[in-house]
Design a protein around this ligand. Structure first.
Ligand code: NI
Length: 176
C-alpha cells in the first residue's frame, strides 16, 4: 500500500466535476486501498479522488458514530463503518437540515458552519461495480454530502454560513 499526496486549494482539480468510473479492475482496487490508507494517515473521515488529483467519481469514508463523544472508561470503542462511493447520486434527502462544523483536508486551517440534510439516500456502485443503495443520517450523512460535493467541484466553504480559523480546542474537528 502507498500513501497518496493530498492536494490543497487552489489546485484546479478541486473545482472540476469528476468523471464516472467505468473500469472496476485490479488498479481500482489498489487505488481504493491506498485512498483508505491515505485518509487514515491524514487523519480524516473521508477522502474523494479529486483530493488526490484524480478526476474520478470515487470517494472513501470511514467513521464511527459517536467517535467524537467522550467514552466511558473501559467501554469498547464505537465500531467504524466503511463506505466506498462510486458514481454516487443523492436520490432522496430529508427536509430536515442540521448545522454542523466541517473542515476539509484540502483546505487546511479553516473550518466552517455548514447546513446539511439530516438524512439522505444515495445510489452508487460499490468497489466491484455492483449497484448499492445506502441510507445514512447524522454525521455520516454530513460526510457523504461533503464527499459527493467534492465530486462536483463544490467545497464546504461554498456552503458555509460562517468560516473561521479554529481555536486550539476546536482542532479535533473531523476532516474529509
Ligand atoms: Ni473535504
Amino acid at each position: 500500500m502507498a500513501l497518496l499526496q493530498i492536494v490543497h486549494l487552489p489546485e484546479p482539480i478541486l473545482r472540476k466535476k469528476a468523471k464516472p468510473v467505468t473500469q472496476f479492475d485490479k488498479d481500482l482496487q489498489v487505488l481504493i486501498d491506498n485512498m483508505f490508507e491515505t485518509m487514515r494517515d491524514a487523519p480524516g473521515v473521508g477522502l474523494a479522488a479529486p483530493q488526490i488529483n484524480l478526476p474520478m467519481q470515487l470517494a472513501v469514508i470511514e467513521y464511527a458514530e459517536g467517535e467524537d463523544e467522550e467514552q466511558e472508561e473501559g467501554a469498547p470503542p464505537p465500531k467504524k463503518k466503511q463506505f466506498v462511493l462510486i458514481n454516487p447520486e443523492i436520490v432522496k434527502a430529508s427536509e430536515e437540515k442540521v448545522m454542523g462544523v466541517e473542515g476539509c483536508l484540502s483546505i487546511p486551517g479553516l473550518v466552517g458552519e455548514v447546513e446539511r440534510h439530516e438524512a439522505i439516500q444515495v445510489k452508487a456502485l460499490n468497489r466491484h461495480g455492483q449497484p448499492v443503495k445506502l441510507k445514512v443520517k447524522g454525521w455520516m450523512a454530513r460526510i457523504f454530502q461533503h464527499e459527493i460535493d467534492h465530486l462536483n467541484g463544490v467545497l464546504f466553504t461554498d456552503r458555509a454560513t460562517r468560516i473561521w480559523k479554529p481555536a486550539e480546542e476546536e482542532e479535533d474537528i473531523p476532516l474529509d
